[in-house]
Design a protein around this ligand. Structure first.
Ligand code: SF4
Length: 492
């Protein structure tokens, strides 16, 4: 991510949208972490994984991989790019076997290169092992240093490899005992899928920070980061994997064990606000409906009279519909996203930028011209995107632009697998709401309260924050962070 300081944010640029900020990504958004998918007991495990990864593509676009076991050996392929770019028909034909794990990656720790693409595949004394993970291991650098001192040689810069080394070096002969011992040493938010030649194992961190669900398709057992992957292949949701739980699936059936007691439940609230797909359910709560409730609650807390409500596509559309329903102000498509801007898009020159070439988002002039517009967005990170969108709406003729954010101010970095800028770069860490309003050039600004967010998600019965991590809003991290967090900040 570019290193843009708050002071560099222009106040009012004249040419509004493209001026002033050199930013490689027009959307100053948080980056999703990763997505995992697993199949046990289906002849077309690789094809199911391929479709499952398609449904999870929003969680990571840097690399994709599938590893299949035919019972005697692994067949795998990993590559940089989107799922459809990494896997061809020829490649898929070689991925034979009834058990598979698969992964899409956005790198939060470790470099972006194919050696770090997952599933990572290892050989150790008990056989072959493949690992796919979503999340972040806070103490991985510490453990890695220790292991290297003792002679381990790492093949990748990925955090995930630490678990493989812990298993390989364990005194336990039994792989499951070695795995449990390894998992116990990890601090952070993680959802693992582990493949051996004859079984698949799912494990979730003791706080349940990252989502992981189990499903079934006929007799086959499935795992995925989100339920939308099950819908894609006509599979049924069975249940969410629980914090500290280990689920083992092999020829003896399904075994549910623990590697740690559940600690304070702290499922990432940003999954509901922004990361997950609207058609997914997490803990049986539908994401679209939760976002709509956030919009309704936002209207109750921060009503402003206006002519139209619009949402920043795609993640804020549901909240905008909720805001419109609650207030009676019509919802309109005031902003349109250009869906076909890919990584190979030729960036416009500065001269074209100055002529107003907009790559990713456009305002619908006929909708906003002369209107008082309520613009709903899910979060403000550095503030640069919000400023651009507000200015774009003004350039398209909006008379007033009122910004409503369907989450509390994002003022602390995440250490659990979400790529966030350092605290200093988060606009809400240093500025008041009024100062942010000025910086983004809005007529008014309101953030959803933490209590309102909790109520909108609708799971109130599990302790602190209703069982959610909200550390990026309230600085109350569910795990110890200590020195780990300093390492993370320097790596972002
Ligand atoms: S700090 Fe924020 S983004 Fe990170 S896990 Fe917690 S709620 Fe999610």
């Amino acid at each position: 991510m570019p290193n843009e300081k708050l002071n560099d944010i222009p106040q009012w640029t004249g040419r509004f949208y493209n001026d002033g900020v050199q930013h490689e990504d027009m959307f100053d958004k948080l980056k999703e972490e990763c997505g995992v998918f697993g199949v046990y007991g289906h002849d077309e495990a690789a094809s199911l994984s391929y479709y499952g990864l398609h449904a999870l593509q929003h969680r990571g676009q840097e690399s994709a991989g599938i590893c299949v076991s035919d019972g005697s050996e692994f067949h795998y392929h990993r590559g940089m790019g989107l799922v459809k770019e990494v896997f061809t028909n020829d490649i898929m034909q070689n991925l034979t076997g009834p058990v598979a794990i698969a992964h899409v990656r956005y790198s939060t720790a470790g470099e972006s290169r194919v050696a770090n693409a997952q599933p990572l595949v290892f050989k150790y004394r008990e056989g072959d092992l493949a690992i796919a993970t979503n999340g972040n291991i806070l103490n991985a650098p510490e453990i890695r240093k220790e292991l290297e001192r003792e002679g381990s040689i790492f093949q990748t810069t990925s955090d995930t490899e630490v678990l493989a080394h812990l298993i390989a070096r364990s005194r336990h002969e039994d792989m499951l005992q070695a795995l449990k011992e390894g998992l116990k040493q990890l601090v952070g938010g993680f959802a693992f899928l582990i493949l051996t030649k004859e079984r698949i194992i799912a494990a979730l961190d003791p706080h349940g920070l990252r989502p992981l669900v189990m499903g079934k398709l006929g007799d086959a057992v499935l795992f995925a980061s989100e339920t939308c992957a099950f819908d894609m292949i006509g599979a049924e949701y069975v249940r969410d994997v629980q914090p500290g739980e280990l689920i083992i699936v092999d020829k003896n059936g399904i075994r549910e064990e623990r590697f740690a007691q559940q600690q304070r439940k702290a499922l990432c609230a940003m999954e509901y606000i922004y990361f997950a797909r609207p058609d997914s359910d997490i803990d049986q709560i539908n994401i679209h409906l939760a976002r709509k409730r956030m919009g309704r609650q936002l209207a109750i807390e921060g009503f402003v009279d206006a002519d139209v409500v619009t949402g920043v596509p795609d993640s804020s559309i549901s909240a905008a519909i909720g805001y419109a329903e609650q207030t009676g102000i019509p919802y309109e498509l005031g902003l349109v996203k250009n869906r076909y801007v890919g990584r190979t898009f030729i960036q416009p020159s500065q001269a074209l930028r100055e002529q107003g070439v907009k790559m990713k988002l456009s305002a619908v002039r006929k909708v906003v011209e002369g209107k008082r517009v309520v613009m709903i967005d899910d979060s403000i990170v550095r503030g640069t995107t919000s400023l651009r969108i507000v200015n774009m709406l003004r350039e398209a003729g909006a008379k007033e632009v009122h910004v409503r954010i369907s989450s509390p101010p994002f003022s602390n970095p995440c250490f659990y697998g979400i790529d966030t800028p350092s605290r200093e770069e988060l606009i809400a860490s240093a500025k008041t709401v009024e100062e942010i309003r000025k910086a983004i050039n809005a007529d008014s600004l309101h953030f959803l309260s933490k209590e309102g967010l909790q109520e909108a998600i609708g799971r109130m019965d599990e302790g602190i924050n209703g069982g959610h991590c909200m550390a990026c809003f309230d600085n109350d991290y569910p795990t110890k962070t200590g020195d780990f967090s300093k390492q993370m900040i320097s790596r972002v």
